[in-house]
Design a protein around this ligand. Sequence first.
Ligand SMILES: [Fe+2]
Length: 288
Amino acid sequence: MRLRSVELEVPDRESAARFLADTWGLLDAGERNGTSYLRGTEDLPYVISLTRASAPAVSAVTFSGTRPEILAIRKRAAAAGARLGAIRDFDEPGGASGFCVEGPEGHVFRFVATKKRAKKLRPDRDRPLQVTHVVLNARDRDACTRFAVDVLGFRLSDRTGFMSFVRCDRVHHAIAYAKGDNSLLNHIAFEMVDIDAVMRGIGRLKDAGFETFWGPGRHGPGNNVFAYFVAPFGAAIEYTAEVQRVGPSYKVGKPEDWTWPPNRNDHWGISKRAHPAGADFGFRPLSS
Ligand SMILES: [Fe+2]
């Protein structure tokens, strides 16, 4: 199983697509049925889709796997009484079939078997490889984490005082739940080739008039380098690199394993965390 894409709805699709391609570094992966698709350099047909809507929203966080993996999740989700969409084909780059399932706080996950793999492109320091994690706010992050582990079949990697990190492959986290008073999208992280690519990204965004609201820095859990921005369409987005890969023997960290000295919330301590003023991206409920 692998995190594949995030499906977004935005009022101004064209300008969001322009920013993600011209400034953020994604590549145009075409347009169909009124949806724009953007890809990274890894072998995924696309990593972000943009559909026009009156208000910003996330329609799904998409994972791809084999058909048996997907059907096993569907079986557990049905047994757990989770809200499920029908199994269907999706007309999108690469072609896919699968279904959507709603988590306990309305976070919508889509599980698909992709029909055609995209060609991997040459890695480029000015372009993201792929989406590597999505952080979701949660009122009850323990209930959400239980759903991810028991129903989706993910593994808990770490639990800090504010966040729970779960993985679906060797990448330290594909989803993290952040303790909050809402269930909105927290941010989307794009994996870059290396630290240099993250730093170059900060420079490119600066040239375009965007400052980080946090970073550069290096996180505790996942040990990844980070730089956070608010995109002009209102979502918080992150450049990241060196995300830790872990195996079955990884020891799950507890809150007491992840503490910082006073006034520190990353390894480097060179950047203060500001509170971004972006748009709220809630999850659109399943329609079927
Ligand atoms: Fe992140």
